[in-house]
Write a protein that binds this ligand. Structure first.
Ligand SMILES: O=C(O)CCC(=O)/C=C/C=C(\O)C(=O)O
Ligand SMILES: [Fe+2]
Length: 323
């Protein structure tokens, strides 16, 4: 079996970037971190990207809400100023990944025509400048529409994907998108008014007016988030640091103890987007020993995000860089 060369980047995303920015100095800091990460990706020149991403009721709804989906074809819904158009998915390889994951006792759904949102596309745009620059396989992990499967299952999914990556003999960039602590105004099905429940079940392909109204609600929340006027769970810096330390510390089995309701209450309902980071690191670990590092962290109320960037590379490569 040939071994692949891998690199990992996990980034928070935010629909409010460019729409409700913090102070220019913070934007410049984040721009610089993203530019440096993108330069690393450019130098790595991946032959394949595997992106673990959430969906925010744009591609997946409660008419059929799968815990995990792998797509052989996907198109961006271009929400929140993100790029439109199809992703370049190697369909046969994506199907091979589905078979491999199923053979690993992880039940994953398959889509031959998925719609993806900023949760998947923002990181591709930031890391590669495009949705089509490199072949990419999206692995969608339900992180926003409860109930969720346990973090242990997400870790096992990541390991299965990692074993597949290891056998490819390619340069593979592993991406995780979302988090850290945050609670944007995403509607909740339980107790929802009928029109909201209907949207959560079958809100696919909204009118431009409906999409604009959704986005305006998020923007309005960004403008008060973190103030007494906003009753959403505030960012939780302490939780974010502990989580990044856990990933960098390599004992990923600790996520098996994560309690979903406790995380929702203490760090915010959408904090579960870090499930994509768990899968990404588990995939990395399945390829071989890694060294992780924190590239950036700052809680940014304007973006409704504990905003973080972490990277990992094989331990041997990290040692070469350090030497
Ligand atoms: O658009 C809506 O109806 C809900 C708002 C929404 O989708 C917000 C998403 C926010 C993030 O992706 C995030 O902060 O991670
Ligand atoms: Fe999100």
């Amino acid at each position: 079996m040939s071994t692949s060369t891998v690199k990992l980047k996990c980034l928070s995303h935010t629909p409010l970037r460019g729409l409700n920015d913090p102070a220019p100095g913070v934007v410049a800091e984040v721009d610089a971190v993203i530019a440096a990460a993108r330069a690393e990706v450019e130098a790595f020149d991946p032959e394949l990207i595997v992106v673990f991403a959430p969906d925010h009721y744009n591609g997946l709804f409660y008419d059929l809400m799968p815990p995990f989906v792998i797509a052989t074809a996907a198109e961006s819904v271009a929400d929140y100023k993100t790029l439109p158009g199809p992703l370049s998915i190697p369909d046969d390889l994506a199907l091979d990944l589905v078979r491999h994951v199923l053979d690993s006792d992880i039940d994953v759904a398959l889509s031959h025509r998925l719609q993806v949102d900023h949760g998947c596309t923002q990181i591709l745009e930031e890391m590669t400048g495009s949705l089509t620059r490199y072949p990419v396989i999206p692995v969608i992990i339900n992180s926003v529409a409860p109930p969720f499967c346990p973090y242990r299952r997400v870790r096992l999914l990541g390991e299965a994907v990692g074993r597949f990556i290891a056998g490819l003999g390619k340069r593979v960039l592993i991406l995780g998108s979302g988090g850290l602590s945050h609670e944007p105004p995403v509607p909740v099905f339980s107790g929802a008014k009928p029109e909201i429940a209907e949207f959560l079940i079958s809100g696919r392909n909204p009118t431009p007016e409906a999409r604009a109204a959704r986005q305006a609600r998020t923007l309005a929340t960004g403008q008060i988030f973190g103030t007494p006027a906003c009753d959403l769970t505030p960012l939780n810096e302490e939780w974010d640091h502990a989580f990044m330390d856990l990933l960098i510390g390599k004992d990923l089995s600790k996520v098996d103890d994560f309690e979903i309701d406790v995380i929702s209450k203490t760090a915010g309902r959408s904090t579960h987007e870090v499930r994509t980071w768990v899968a990404a690191f588990a995939a990395m670990a399945a390829v071989g020993a890694y060294e992780g590092r924190r590239d950036y962290y700052r809680p940014v109320n304007e973006w409704i995000a504990g905003y973080g960037v972490v990277s990992a590379e094989p331990a041997s490569a990290a040692h070469r860089v350090a030497a």
